[in-house]
Design a protein around this ligand. Structure first.
Ligand SMILES: N[C@@H](CCC[C@H](N)C(=O)O)C(=O)O
Length: 314
């Protein structure tokens, strides 16, 4: 069922897993239109829905609809407050989800699971390791996204490195056209292509090139693909074709990866004071401390509804 390996310890449900609950409370949240079904589970290694159930729930028109399902599970050790498991809309298991982490942090606050008062900081164990969001008093969520991975083979990508171990502007061909690919991992793999103008970006994206690149052989685990245009030294515009979800209105890890890629590729001089990334669903603020440093993301997380599903129906 999985198109790529799940993070260690996070396995699809096996016949010996605990039985599914008959009725499961769920909530729906979005981060700039990147929408998720959120649920709490009691077992840190087995979420309360299978990958196939998540895919059915995400299916628009037939299910609740969403770009993914995110589970808040108990921590497995003293270094974490919670474990976070993500299912993509197609039922695959990604390592990380930036917008999803913001919504999950807001969910923790809304469920009364954080200490009283804001700001509320929490430590999530994800498939990409430790991720630390803080829900601020103004309801924005700032996330310590950790260190980007620049070595191409760790993204992973089979493209030949162009600068040290990094793949920066390496040409990749799809549909008879060449695209200059810069590869960055934020725990999950991203391929970033820069265009001279927003119009060129839109034309290339609408041609289906981003969708073709998502499953290009140079990405053994597939990749999230971001097409980007520079609006100024502190402002980039992007569109994204997400692995396992298709074109979405926003991608938090994508906004982080493309900011790092933009500095590496010389599209902007620095992002150490923070830049604005305009996604189809709105704006994120992304700051990269520079080579060897961390990435920080700030943006909104909005609750849409809560309810119950009868798990037998899914
Ligand atoms: N929307 C996300 C990314 C979700 C995971 C992605 N589809 C993958 O498979 O890596 C984000 O906001 O980061």
């Amino acid at each position: 069922m999985l198109g790529f390996a799940p993070p260690p310890g996070l396995l699809p449900r096996s016949p010996r897993s605990p039985p599914l609950p008959a009725s499961l409370p769920i909530s729906k949240y979005h981060g700039l239109g990147n929408d998720f079904i959120l649920a709490t589970g009691a077992d840190p290694t087995h979420p309360p829905l299978t990958c196939a159930q998540s895919a059915a729930l995400c299916r628009r028109g037939f299910g609740v609809g969403g770009d993914g399902v995110i589970f808040l599970l108990p921590a497995t050790g003293p270094d974490y407050d919670f474990t976070c498991v993500i299912h993509n809309a197609d039922g695959t298991v990604p390592e990380m989800c930036g917008n999803g982490i913001r919504t999950l942090a807001q969910y923790v606050v809304d469920q009364g699971l954080a200490p009283e008062g804001l700001p509320a900081r929490m430590r999530f164990l994800t498939g990409a390791g430790l991720i630390v969001p803080t829900v601020n008093a103004d309801r924005s969520v700032e996330v310590d996204m950790g260190f980007p991975v620049l070595a191409g083979k760790e993204v992973p990508s089979t493209l030949e490195p162009t600068r040290g171990e990094a793949v920066v502007r390496r040409s990749v061909e799809v549909g008879g056209k060449d695209y200059e690919m810069t590869c960055v991992s934020m725990g999950n793999p991203h391929g970033v292509v820069f265009f001279d103008t927003p119009e060129e970006l839109d034309a290339a994206f609408d041609s289906g090139a981003a969708s073709a690149l998502e499953c290009h052989p140079s990405f053994p685990n597939n990749a999230n693909i971001e097409f980007v245009a520079r609006l100024s030294d502190t402002h980039l515009k992007m569109r994204v074709f997400e692995r396992g979800a298709g074109p979405t209105l926003a991608c938090g890890t994508g906004a982080c990866a493309l900011t790092v890629a933009a500095v590496l590729a010389g599209v902007i001089p620095t992002a150490d004071k923070g830049i604005t990334v305009t996604l189809p669903g709105g704006d994120l603020n992304i700051r990269w401390e520079g080579e060897g440093g961390k990435v920080w993301m700030t943006g909104p997380a909005v609750k849409v509804m809560e309810g119950f599903i009868e798990t037998d129906d899914w």
